[in-house]
Design a protein. Structure first.
Length: 118
């Protein structure tokens, strides 16, 4: 089997557009990992780790609210986050891998999509 190693064409501290590809929940460690595929690096996933805290006001709650997947009754369907367009800022970890430092909804994408429907 022949494999090819990839060098990411990204930098820490810069913003990139992409889409949430998947998530995992590790109840034992109490974390939710959200994976993003960047438009610029479609063969790699970059991960954002959240403490899996179900309290309103937690970082994870704020993230779900930010990407519009929460309901007024405080429930969230996590599968709804797949495919959501986001803007991320990366950071380089101690292991030289890039991770998502910040993640925000790509509001400009949805505004343009909305205008295209009119």
């Amino acid at each position: 089997m022949k494999i090819q190693f990839v060098t990411p064409k990204v930098e820490g501290g810069k913003k990139y557009r992409g889409e949430i590809s998947r998530y995992t929940i590790d109840k034992e460690q109490g974390v939710c990992r959200v994976y993003v595929v960047l438009d610029r690096e479609q063969n790699l996933e970059f991960m954002k780790r959240f403490e899996f805290n179900l309290m309103k006001g937690s970082e994870f709650f704020k993230f779900c609210d930010e990407i519009w997947i929460g309901d007024e009754d405080g429930t969230v369907e996590l599968d709804d986050m797949k495919g959501i367009r986001v803007i991320v800022k990366l950071r380089k970890g101690r292991n030289e891998k890039y991770y998502v430092k910040e993640i925000k909804l790509d509001e400009k994408y949805y505004e343009q999509e909305e205008q295209g429907e009119e």
